[in-house]
Design a protein around this ligand. Structure first.
Ligand code: GLC
Ligand code: CA
Length: 551
């Protein structure tokens, strides 16, 4: 399918819109907002996991891949959502969490009950002497990645929460189950699939991590992962000419991604990678704060743009999702320049080579939640790390400060639709509080404002649809050494598109020859000028276009 002009919108169903007052967003709520999404101009909706689940990890602990958690609605609601979206030219993408299941999944329950067939769906190992786990791998949510089961005197692997048991992809029966699940949804008319942490499905050897980190080098981009993906493609979505797939790749490499998302590799259409979202991790540690390293952000994004382009592979473009704090609070200035910096960050992403993903609320300029008490948090990762850091002697204040910057709940707060109680998200008690700035930042307000962040996203999405250079142009970094400006060019035949983003709240000047011949397509200031010597104002962001021979 030709998806290069398209934009995907990510919905976190639990936090989008609640219609029955139980404090949980639901499918009828999404249906009721389709006109809003149509107005934004997006082409695809990716729905975060909505399957029956004990919700230990907000639905990424799946109990049954073939139905919908009743708290979100029914299969009929889902089919109605697909049909009504289709009427508006929008397709649906589902989230396939195939690295692990919930320990409440019937497969795991049968495994525990002693059925050898299902025991072999998961990964079990003998411990080390002295009741020690099989190796020193750490769960991504903290603590050992192994859990002991006395009945077998063995340990099962869980790279995430203890209730998320890793599936054994070496077992051909597991791989067949996975293809069957995709075909089940394809038969319901679903063409889009996002694969959760899919580069972790092939484990290599089960050695101790010699560096006492978490062991990721032994299971990331593992030995058979490309084979498994090609097989899945061939058996399921690859049979659908309209398919659109994206893989979430944890700690991956460009080399692997050029295969995962290579034009002719028959694996996936595109990939999410995360290196650019670790530029504010001190020593690679998520829970150690430091200001983001701008030069590193620029270097990594340029490197991925070029590395993927050279091999004709395709990136998914994003700064926000349900696992990341809000980019506006992280890389912009949500106090002094909220609109300017939100628009600048959007422009940076949307003019790049790849497929842009808009995470719900970024089009409103939503910020981090800034919760002030641990009781306000719901996320298993945040709660675990709170305990772990407390036990290491850190103060409550310090940990809360870290969570305000890093917790995944920052992006999971409910969508504010208006300035009424709970931002119009629910008439009941929301499962997670709203960010308390919803009276200022909400959909009703931005829809009335022609200069809103929302209006800027509309323009970016429309430009991509209209201009082949945004879809197909080659990517060339510009001003690579500049310490505060992120600039790049897209080129196609005689056309050139230049994108200039001031990443800071200070004036700065840049020199770009021939810029006076360009025409301004979009800017976040009303009176931006096209001049070779450009004075950029705080967070100023300009898209310029030229066709013909420069003089
Ligand atoms: C992915 C999901 C995240 C989840 C994890 C485990 O990273 O995006 O929300 O916690 O996988 O499934
Ligand atoms: Ca509800």
């Amino acid at each position: 399918m030709d998806f290069k002009g398209k934009t995907v919108y990510q919905i976190y169903p639990k936090s989008f819109c609640d219609t029955n007052g139980d404090g949980w967003g639901d499918l009828p709520g999404i249906i009721s907002k389709l006109d809003y999404l149509k107005e934004l101009g997006i082409d695809y909706i990716w729905l975060n996991a909505f399957f029956p689940s004990p919700q230990k990890d907000n639905g990424y602990d799946v109990q049954d891949y073939r139905s919908i958690d009743p708290r979100y609605g029914t299969m009929d609601d889902f089919l109605q959502l697909c049909a009504e979206a289709k009427d508006r030219g929008i397709d649906i993408m589902l989230d396939m969490v195939f690295n692990h299941t919930s320990t409440e999944h019937i497969w795991f329950k049968r495994a525990l009950a002693g059925d050898p067939k299902y025991k072999n769906y998961y990964i079990w190992k003998k411990g080390k002497p002295g009741h020690q786990p099989p190796n020193n791998w750490q769960s991504k949510f903290g603590g050992s990645a192994w859990e002991y089961v006395a009945k077998y005197d063995e340990w099962y692997l869980h790279l995430f929460d203890v209730t998320q048991a890793d599936l054994n992809w070496e077992n051909p029966e597991v791989r067949k189950e996975m293809a069957d699940i995709i075909r089940y949804w394809s038969e319901k008319g679903v063409h889009g699939f996002r694969f959760d942490v899919v580069n972790l499905i092939s484990k290599g050897s089960y050695e101790d991590d010699p560096h006492h980190f978490d062991g990721r080098q032994f299971y990331t981009d593992g030995p058979r992962v490309h084979e498994y993906l090609r097989e899945l493609n061939e058996r399921s979505f690859g049979r659908d000419p309209q398919h659109l797939t994206v893989g979430e790749m944890s700690s991956t490499s460009i080399e692997n991604c050029t295969e995962y998302a290579g034009h002719a590799s028959n694996e996936l259409d595109m990939v999410f990678s995360f290196h650019h979202l670790k530029v504010d991790y001190k020593d690679q540690k998520k829970w150690e704060l430091m200001p983001f390293d701008f030069m590193e952000l620029k270097r990594i994004m340029n490197e991925w743009q070029i590395g993927m382009q050279e091999k004709n592979a395709w990136n998914a473009l994003f700064l926000n999702n349900h696992d990341q704090p809000r980019a506006l609070s992280r890389f912009g200035d949500d106090q002094k320049y909220p609109k300017e910096s939100a628009k600048m960050l959007a422009t940076l992403i949307h003019m790049m080579r790849g497929t842009p993903y808009v995470y719900q609320g970024e089009e409103l300029g939503m910020t981090n939640a800034y919760f002030s008490s641990i009781d306000q948090y719901r996320d298993v990762e945040s709660k675990n790390i709170y305990r772990i850091l407390l036990s290491q002697g850190r103060s409550k204040e310090e940990i809360l400060h870290i969570l305000q910057a890093r917790s995944r709940d920052n992006s999971r707060t409910p969508m504010p639709w208006n300035d009424q109680k709970n931002g119009g998200f629910t008439s009941g008690t929301p499962w997670l509080s709203l960010a308390d700035n919803y009276e200022k930042i909400n959909a009703k307000k931005v829809l009335k404002d022609p200069d809103s962040v929302f209006a800027h996203y509309q323009k970016l999405i429309a430009l991509r649809k209209k201009m082949r250079i945004i879809q197909d142009g080659i990517y060339v970094p510009r001003l690579e050494e500049n310490q505060s400006v992120f600039a790049y060019e897209r080129r196609l035949g005689k056309e050139s598109l230049i994108v200039i983003n001031n990443f800071y709240g200070k004036m700065t000047e840049v020199e770009i020859p021939h810029l006076h011949q360009y025409q301004i397509l979009l800017s976040n200031y009303k009176d931006s000028r096209a001049e070779d010597a450009l004075q950029l104002r705080p967070y100023e962001s300009i898209v310029l276009y030229f066709k013909g021979a420069v003089e």
